[in-house]
Design a binder for this molecule. Structure first.
Ligand code: ZN
Length: 429
């Protein structure tokens, strides 16, 4: 199975978190998952497959094998990536010659990688139709924008370490000073609505560069947004393909990881707890007991050792692309992994025939954060933090190992077919 071609297709059609969740939803529906509304009553059957969306940018899917299921086998990943949010009424004329769009940073990106390449805009718009406020996806889907760098002749220090001020250096050009059509009109066309009907919008930039599989032996896959759509893709396919186990399989795709997760649709919300608690009530399963017999994998990409800067990696734990799934450890528990959750995940990888490796930060470098420890504060189950090894994290174009996508799908299939059962001090899988 050529998972990388499917992965690149999925990413290409997911230029924003709203589109990513829409594509997850379509894949789930094709696999027989039924939609539930958070605001409606739920009638659940076992066996059954369901999904719930929140805000159009987060989604939780679950499959219940039987009424007296053991607990939950949960995989979580995130739908968002660092980008630039386009402000409302964004047009601003510069040098009397250009119309630029006013933006602000969303997340923590490598600014230089957004320069000198065609960009477009995607997100959603709120429109009024028949007295209702309705959300519509919007993707301009053409080469519309560019952020030009300054010529080296004008800034001779450009190769000596450059500081980027988002308010000065990162505004994209849309065209000349005189524009017949506003940005809103272009967005309205792409959403299939009239400009007048748009009340508000959530639009962002995205790079137009398409993904590629490359290298002497096609070892690598590069694309925008591999962090974290590669993990979303792997976990989603695992949930869809897995055989039933004794536990309910759950996929949680959260938004806003890149800005700290503290939103209605982020990992620091009650979304996952709300869904799991309702599922327990529907089948008369005791919630606390189900949680004690549950396990979570937080899947968010990891750093591979860099070819030009191996010194940034830890002296022993140096993940290699195509070396398998990375288990992440951190003494300050930015990663939720401990010896129990690592042991459980290693056993599952062994059963799936999937290699794994370890990541720790250098003891003198702070690392990033992710979903696992944030989600554990709401849904307190044994959790392991993992990811696929990649280079250039938070670049507009990231690189990962071509073999690793399939490793995650295989491990996820095995994971969802397993059950985590506590028996006194021991755990049975
Ligand atoms: Zn991430």
């Amino acid at each position: 199975m050529d998972y990388n071609r499917q992965l690149l297709d999925f990413i290409k059609h997911s230029p924003s978190a709203y589109h990513a969740v829409d594509n997850v939803k379509k894949a789930l529906e094709s696999a027989g998952f039924e939609r539930l509304e958070e605001s409606g009553a739920w009638t659940l059957k076992a066996p059954g497959r369901y999904y719930v969306e929140r805000n159009g940018s987060a989604i939780i899917a679950f499959r219940v094998p039987r009424e007296d299921y053991n607990g939950f086998m949960i995989m979580a990943a995130h739908s968002d990536s660092p980008t630039f949010r386009i402000k409302e009424k964004p047009e601003t004329v510069s040098a009397g010659a250009y119309t630029r769009l006013n933006i602000e940073k969303y997340g923590w990106m490598i600014c230089s990688t957004w320069l000198d390449r065609p960009l477009s805009a995607a997100g959603r718009v709120m429109v009024e139709e028949n007295g209702r406020i309705i959300s519509r996806l919007a993707d301009v889907d053409r080469d519309l924008l560019m952020i030009p760098s300054v010529a080296i002749h004008m800034d001779r220090t450009v190769n000596d370490g450059k500081k980027f001020d988002a308010n000065v250096d990162m505004l994209p050009i849309m065209g000349g000073a005189e524009q017949n059509r506003s940005f809103a009109a272009i967005v309205a066309d792409s959403a299939g609505v009239t400009e007048d009907s748009i009340i508000a919008m959530d639009m962002q930039l995205y790079p137009r560069t398409e993904g590629a599989v490359w290298g002497a032996e096609n070892e690598y896959v590069s694309s925008p947004r591999l962090d974290d759509l590669q993990c979303v893709f792997g976990c989603m396919n695992g949930l869809i393909n897995a055989n039933d186990g004794d536990s309910a399989g759950v996929l949680a795709v959260f938004d806003n990881e890149e800005v700290g997760s503290g939103t209605l649709q982020g990992a620091d919300s009650t979304f996952l707890w709300d869904v799991l608690a309702r599922c327990c009530r529907a089948f008369g399963v005791e919630t606390e007991r189900a949680m004690a017999n549950s396990f979570m994998v937080s899947a968010d990409n990891a750093h591979a050792v860099h070819p030009n800067h191996p010194e940034y990696a830890d002296r022993n734990d140096r993940p290699l692309m195509n070396g398998g799934i990375v288990i992440k450890y951190n003494a300050a528990r930015k990663y939720a992994t401990d010896s129990l959750s690592a042991a459980v995940f290693m056993k599952i990888c062994d059963r799936a025939g999937v290699p794994y490796q370890r990541f720790t930060n250098r003891a003198d470098l702070p690392g990033g954060s992710t979903l696992g420890n944030i989600s554990s504060a709401h849904v307190s189950v044994s959790t392991v933090d993992i990811g696929l090894p990649q280079l250039a994290m938070h670049s507009a174009y990231e690189t990962a190992g071509a073999k690793d996508t399939a490793y995650l799908v295989k491990a996820a299939e095995e994971f969802y077919a397993c059950s985590f059962r506590r028996d006194g001090d021991s755990v049975l899988l």
